[in-house]
Design a protein around this ligand. Sequence first.
Ligand code: C5P
Length: 224
Amino acid sequence: MSTVPVIAIDGPSGSGKGTVAARVADQLGFGLLDSGALYRVLGIAAVKNGVDLENHGRLAELAQQLEIEFGKSGPGSVWLDGQDVSLQIRTDTGSELASRVGAIPAAREALHARQQAFRSEPGLVADGRDMGSVIFPDSCLKIFLTASPEERAQRRYKQLIGKGIDAILPALLRDLKERDLRDSQRPISPLKPAEDAVVLDTNDLSIDEVVEQVMDLARARLAG
Ligand code: C5P
């Protein structure tokens, strides 16, 4: 088993895990795996290549062949087959496709090894739904971030409006609840905290406060 330390940060969409994971990775000088981006890219790639999401065999093949590059045109940027898809994967369609792809066991299986390949010295911060429970069960620290659906929808609303994108709060809340339901009820890797995860409720915490708490826990675990 690898001795490279992994910090797993899981939780539902809008829990802040992406931002927290990026900042913790930065402070520790660790690599970053945004596993949701892989599911998003796979969904977009399936549409681009005319692969039916019901054709699980072809989808798994596609997952193994995808040419994905992270960080090519700045932090958080994602490229697929030589094209910048950073914005496209974050659209509502990208979210919807990712959630559908994520419910397909063959797709999860095909992405399993690809995710583990991100583990390299001096360490990795991995964010997603099943980082602590399935992909890196030997993580030295497992965090599960939560917040109420209303709070998460509100955060997404502010984010979109801040970017000048029109948004309707009740519609965001409805979509988010639908996605939560699908993510938590699927038979494979459902969204739930690993047994040994530290669950942090972020409803009343700022991002800075969450990062601080995670960093305190990380420093203690890495020293031990
Ligand atoms: O984290 P993010 O919102 O980018 O993830 C998009 C979708 O991808 C999630 O709703 C979930 O269905 C799927 N996903 C997953 N397992 C992961 C990461 C994401 O099933 N580890």
